[in-house]
Design a protein around this ligand. Structure first.
Ligand code: NAD
Ligand code: UGA
Length: 324
């Protein structure tokens, strides 16, 4: 049994990861500031589920402001999931908050990880670090060129992770997630919004022409990638031993937003009514992960087909949606 810290544990991916670690018998300290980036109802629900486990301790507060020394001391592994995650909202006056939660908070945590000799540090990075590349699939060796302020902050986080690894020997892995979906998905994200609109007979808002493509990755696959990354840092797990590396975490397939809506129509049993709005600043045209590197190093690959994952998210939505 290990002691793990999961930051952002009230959020979509953090809460799903924390629950899996608890299921596996680890002790988990979850930290979350309950930022109002989407409704408090969802985060409270995620948080309450975690408190059903004896092995869980919840800490509410901002990583930058909390007194974390006693919390980090004695920790084996940190899964750093906390961030402000919206791509399209990161312009203008929002940017200082992105800097605070995505860059400053990451540096504070890395500093403490070194101070208290945390054995492994896994960082939630993002496909947004790539920006608009001229060729697909996106490979880790490409020169990152973020297309949104959010992407700039996630790349800064990766660089901080590398600096702490190179200078202080902190064992790290950065995982570049590709558009994650599934139960508990954030309410500002496309699939949640599309399901909610279709279930209520409302119009679905598509940004731009709808031909932009995304590599959609199921949340449980992303959780498995985090655990595989940890094992590879610790003892090699089912792949080789890794340290200081960056991996794509994607399905290795992609669909357009239009095709996604068709697939959702099949799952829900209705056709969407679509309104088009101008393309959103910061949205890249296409993502598609090259997954060879993570397959070889960690022995990981996504296993959830899109149709199955969409059906799982829709079932969850039906069970949990607040009454209108
Ligand atoms: P989320 O908003 O559901 O979860 C993030 C949580 O972090 C939130 O609950 C928030 O309150 C908390 N938080 C933020 N700043 C904090 C701070 N300073 N101190 C304490 N808590 C703080 O987002 P998510 O979709 O679960 O994303 C998790 C991580 O994965 C983020 O780092 C995000 O950048 C990354 N990511 C997500 C996706 C995706 O498709 N969801 C894709 C790529 C990368
Ligand atoms: C997602 C996450 O929100 C980011 O946190 C993450 O860093 C990023 O993936 C990533 O892969 O790195 P995004 O791809 O924009 O960002 O995810 P969605 O909000 O699900 O949007 C997917 C597509 O649907 C985008 O092309 C967007 O333009 C489109 N969309 C979204 C709409 O057409 N309408 C909407 O109402 C919402």
């Amino acid at each position: 049994m290990s002691k793990a810290i999961v930051t952002g544990a009230a959020g979509f991916i953090g809460s799903t990861l924390a629950e899996k670690l608890l299921e596996q018998g680890h002790e988990v300290v979850g930290i979350d500031a309950f930022l109002p980036n989407y409704c408090a109802f969802q985060k409270n629900d995620n948080w309450n589920h975690l408190h059903e486990w004896d092995g869980f301790t919840g800490v509410v507060g901002d990583l930058v402001q909390l007194d974390l020394d006693r919390i980090v001391a004695g920790t084996d592994v940190i899964f750093h999931q906390a961030a402000l995650p919206g791509v399209r909202d990161s312009w203008g006056k929002s940017f200082p908050a992105y800097l605070h939660h995505n860059v400053l908070a990451t540096q504070v945590l890395l500093h403490l990880a070194v101070k208290y000799r945390v054995k492994e540090f896994v960082y939630a990075s993002s496909s947004s670090v790539y920006g608009q590349q001229s060729t697909l699939p996106l490979q880790e060796k490409m020169c990152p060129s973020p297309f949104s302020p959010y992407g700039v902050t996630k790349l800064a986080g990766e660089h901080l992770v590398r600096a702490y690894h190179d200078n202080y020997g902190l064992a790290t892995t950065s995982l570049r997630y590709f558009t994650v979906y599934g139960p508990r998905q954030r309410r500002d994200m496309a699939i949640y919004r599309f399901i909610d609109a279709m279930a209520h007979g409302r119009e679905v808002k598509v940004y731009g022409d709808g031909n932009q493509t995304r590599d959609f990755t199921f949340v449980e696959d992303v959780v498995r990638a985090n655990i595989a990354a940890w094992q590879a840092l610790a003892d090699g797990g089912s792949g080789r031993r890794t340290n200081g590396e960056v991996f794509n975490v994607g399905s290795g397939t992609s669909v357009s937003v239009r095709e996604l809506l068709e697939r959702l129509g099949q799952v829900i049993g209705c056709s969407p009514t679509i309104t088009r709005t101008p393309a959103a600043a910061g949205d890249v045209r296409a993502t598609l992960a090259d997954v060879e590197s993570i397959k070889t190093a960690l022995g990981w690959q996504a296993t959830t087909p899109l149709q199955e994952g969409l059906a799982a998210q829709y079932r969850w939505y039906q069970q949990t949606r607040p009454l209108p």
